[in-house]
Design a binder for this molecule. Structure first.
Ligand SMILES: Nc1ncnc2c1ncn2[C@@H]1O[C@H](COP(=O)(O)OP(=O)(O)OP(=O)(O)O)[C@@H](O)[C@H]1O
Ligand SMILES: [Mg+2]
Length: 320
């Protein structure tokens, strides 16, 4: 299967600021790709190049099989991008704005009207649909902007921080829409500051820093890559704590940390749930009573912070 989005060696500078420094991406058709990275990493620059709004200084990219520079005009008809219609016409109503986009994409008046209604319903905007956008809230405009990207049902969709500024309900709604589109074969590239969102939505993730991809993989692969699985447990007595430390030493990939006062210990392991099962088996074999045990996996926040060199953050509980 061909990749819906392919980029090799993209370079882009603004004056002496290097925004992209040899960015490579490959996104299989019908998948969600998450571009993560700190502020200024180059995410928006990459999206602007892939949506033909900006020319790269070097490198090459194709979207839906079309070159982003040579075939820019043809490509524009095959992609949707949120941000593209951020300049919604304030004097038009929500419905009129979407119908206008439909006509731009040559959907025809009737189909444009139908599609506008569908999307207004989808994004919970029916009550406001016939009011001028002028009086709409920021979150409502944002949803209209996203709806605009979906009017023509393009095969490839670029969403630059699609849920920034959305309330939890609107965010969940957008997640559903994305899942449906992808089930129908749409390819989605999104950037996000919300690790939880990337974890939940993206089939594959690239972590970008200073214009380059510094790590890529599924959320799980990235978590494994930084390591950091831990078995945490507490026992009922001091003697058990020492016995447990001895019993679990073979599993530990780094020093076991013991909090004697709390009768707790933390064992750095690899392999997640398998390691937890193994640990409990060893303790049972030694007849050590366990009061409480759990596995902690790193979050994508940890991945992000570790890889972009800003120290490690909090740890997530996945099994308890
Ligand atoms: N039009 C511009 N003129 C000058 N510098 C720019 C311009 N656009 C972006 N930059 C610079 O290029 C770098 C990458 O910016 P970009 O907007 O692509 O980052 P980003 O990853 O999208 O960041 P954010 O998370 O804040 O949206 C930054 O150093 C930024 O200051
Ligand atoms: Mg950006």
């Amino acid at each position: 299967m061909t990749d819906a989005i392919m980029a090799t060696g993209l370079v882009k500078s603004y004056g002496d600021v290097t925004a992209l420094d040899g960015l490579d991406l490959a996104v299989p058709q019908g998948t969600v790709f998450g571009l993560l990275g700190p502020n200024g990493a180059g995410k928006t620059t990459a999206v602007r190049i892939l949506t033909t709004l900006l020319r790269p200084d070097a490198g090459q990219a194709t979207v839906a099989g079309l070159d982003v520079v040579r075939d820019a005009a043809r490509l524009r008809a095959r992609i949707g991008a949120s941000g593209q219609y951020a300049a919604v016409d304030d004097h038009l109503t929500g419905a009129e704005n979407l119908e206008m986009v439909g006509r731009l994409y040559h959907l025809g008046t009737r189909r444009s009207r139908e599609r506008a209604r569908e999307l207004l319903t989808r994004f919970d905007l029916t009550d406001a649909a016939d009011r001028p956008v002028r009086g709409w809230s920021g979150g409502m405009r944002r949803r209209l902007d996203l709806a605009g990207a979906l009017v023509a049902q393009p095969p490839v969709l670029f969403l630059d921080e699609p849920t920034t500024g959305l309330d939890p309900r609107a965010r969940a709604g957008l997640w559903d829409v994305i899942a449906e589109l992808v089930a129908e074969g749409t390819t989605v590239l999104l950037t996000t500051q919300y690790m939880e969102e990337a974890d939940r939505l993206a089939d594959r993730i690239a972590v970008v820093d200073q214009g380059r991809v510094i790590a890529r993989g599924t959320a799980d692969e990235l978590k494994d890559q930084i390591g950091g699985d831990r078995v945490e447990l507490s026992v009922t007595g001091r003697a058990d704590l020492e016995a447990a430390t001895r019993a679990l030493a073979p599993l530990a990939v780094e020093d076991i940390q013991v909090d004697a006062a709390a009768l707790r210990m933390t064992v750095p392991v690899t392999g997640g749930a398998v390691a937890l099962t193994e640990a409990l088996g060893r303790l049972a074999a030694e007849r050590i009573a366990v009061r409480d045990a759990g596995l902690r996996r790193p979050t994508l926040d940890d991945v992000f912070l570790t890889l972009t060199g800003q120290g490690t953050g909090k740890i997530e509980e996945t099994v308890r």
